[in-house]
Design a protein around this ligand. Structure first.
Ligand SMILES: C[S@@+](CC[C@H](N)C(=O)[O-])C[C@H]1O[C@@H](n2cnc3c(N)ncnc32)[C@H](O)[C@@H]1O
Length: 304
């Protein structure tokens, strides 16, 4: 068997067994199904970029769409063809094996689905693929863009105290968590701050990141920054609500813990390119405790 290339290893190559795990993720499946059902009407044209096992194409085809499934990995293309037959939707889905960055549909389409989403929009190539798709599409069709699922991603971060000890073995490293606020091994030291919002139908960013201050809301040992990504799959304008899906949370450890107290301020800075590997974010992370207002005032009073 051919060895995966570097590019395949870098975020785009997902082994087949992991795709079956993604199908078992009920939260992911249900939110994507509902979002697709909310946007697809019979007869519309849909493109599914990075189709994988084909589940998103299937949801769209079930609603009566004519779907073009685009996937680069030939093993997945073969699996998807079989699954489309098994599920009786093969007549509604055209299968294309291609790099989604180069694919342009022959005719204008109403909807594009693309789930190459990783927390922080790191590793996977969502932004790169959609940016290339939009450019190629506008060049060929010179008409308005289709809608996208997801429509937007909101990226947030927050300082935490994180447990990095495993049965007595201390190993500070990136920790992935199910997307829920309560975790026994994590104490949130402040509310999350949104550092970027990416709208897929608007100009896409070349860099993501933040530089700013946060106020600590409880005493603790600041030893990690938690990254939270909420994807708005579909805005239901008439119902004044949205269908949302969170990626797994990720806690990035700090080199040295910083003891902090409620009311103190920290300065946090980081930046990376969408699709970058985790070490790029890690090496850009800077956290410092700012001199608190009280002690700064005491110092200036005693100097006077
Ligand atoms: C996270 S999986 C999602 C699969 C499927 N859409 C789903 O929701 O279950 C991302 C998929 O995108 C594919 N992919 C990544 N980069 C691609 C590219 N440049 N062109 C086509 N497919 C790509 C991967 O092979 C993988 O199957």
């Amino acid at each position: 068997m051919n060895q995966p290339t570097n590019e395949e290893m870098l975020g785009q190559f997902i082994p087949l067994h992991y795709h079956y795990d993604m199908l078992r993720d009920g939260y992911r499946m249900e939110t994507f199904r509902l979002a697709i059902e909310s946007m697809v009407t019979p007869g519309i044209q849909v493109v599914d970029l990075g189709g994988g096992t084909g589940v998103l194409s299937f949801f769209a085809a079930k609603q009566g769409a004519n779907v073009t499934y685009v996937e680069r990995n030939p093993q997945l293309v073969e699996v998807a063809r079989k699954l489309f037959k098994l599920n009786g939707v093969e007549d509604r889905i055209q299968v294309v094996q291609a790099d989604a960055k180069d694919f342009v549909p022959e005719c204008p389409v109403e909807l594009v689905t693309c789930e190459m989403l990783h927390v922080g929009l790191l590793r996977e190539k969502q932004v790169e693929v959609i940016a290339a798709f939009k450019q190629n599409y506008l060049q060929k069709h010179n008409t308005k863009l289709p809608r996208f699922i997801p429509e937007a991603s909101l990226l947030a971060c927050q300082p935490v105290t994180q447990e990095y000890e495993f049965e007595g073995f201390l190993a500070p490293g990136p920790i992935f968590q199910r997307p829920a606020n309560e975790h026994d091994e994590t104490i949130c030291l402040s509310e999350p701050v949104v550092y970027d919002t990416v709208w897929y139908d608007k100009q896409l960013p070349n860099r993501l990141g933040w530089e700013g201050t946060m106020t600590i809301e409880q005493d603790g040992s600041l030893n990690g920054i938690r990254f939270v990504t909420k994807n708005v799959l579909s805005f239901l304008l008439q119902e004044h609500r949205a269908i949302e899906w969170h990626n797994q949370f990720m806690v990035m450890p700090l080199d040295l813990p910083i003891p902090v107290k409620k009311g103190q301020q920290i300065r946090l800075a980081f930046n990376y390119q969408p699709g970058d590997e985790l070490p790029v974010l890690d090496s850009s992370l800077q956290v410092e405790l700012l001199a608190d207002a009280d002690s700064a005032q005491k110092q200036s009073t005693s100097a006077a």
